[in-house]
Design a protein. Sequence first.
Length: 330
Amino acid sequence: MAGNRYYEGPVSDHFDGTRFFNPNGEMPGNAFDLLRWKFGEHSAVWPDEVQNEAGLALPDERVDDLRVTMVGHATMLVQAAGLNILTDPVWSERVSPVSFAGPKRVRAPGIAFDSLPPIDLVLLSHNHYDHLDVETLKKLKAAHDPLVVTPLGNDAIVRDSVPDMRLAVGDWGERIELPKGLVHIEPAHHWSARGMFDRRMALWAGFVVQTAAGRVYHIGDTGYHDGINYRSARQKHGGFRLAILPIGAYEPRWFMKGQHQNPDEAVRGMLEAGASYAIGHHWATFQLTNEAIDEPSRHLTEALERHGVASERFRPLLAGEAWDIPAAIA
């Protein structure tokens, strides 16, 4: 078996010595499954470009409480108790190994890069191109020099392109101490790859950010996994003021179920995690799968009604929209 190019470490319940895996979970599809999806399934047609109705956001330099501004896809500015955090920052036009092909942005970023406030922290969930964008990381290093928190193996990828990036790396269950809080690295049900020969060689994760503004549970990408990780997060952390949960890139279900939850599963995850409020992300920016551009929002509305959850508790933010999160529900 070929060695791991990103990480060397002891065998664990989610690392076999060469590759990471989801304990008691689903494996990602193989090449045959990929071909069956690409050539055997109908995909909705997205527009080439969509204007951001909210316009460009101009964030405050610091926020005392808790505010989230959507940039697009999985990129959000989380401002919590004076701390400025970016999640999976992508300002590039494409999410691809090459600049001339691959999924292209249909919505401009909701915050112009030069309008960002000082960025203290970047949460980097895994190495897929729609989450780990080295060109954006280079710009962030030059302009803000943030600390990047990421799970095992992703540091090797970042350092290859941004050698002097400040990095804090951890395994599931570990935590990173910050001057104004803590970041816990927690399990997600996903996988990783930058090319054909590095599948599952870097770990994927969600994060719990703990500050004076309360606990925020952010997941970059995940399959629902029967709610196991959500229930475990609630048991460990005692619930959340806010959960930031993916709601898009879920069709066709036979291929995407293990790696991308759908809106109904996101609502169930919110409830199982004990989150007072939730933000839906990972939708309406890059077409990665078969559903229509507005389908996640429509299906989220239906799921909230089905589960008896008020629509104001779970918002599917679009680029440029900001939300001051209400106080946690007792």
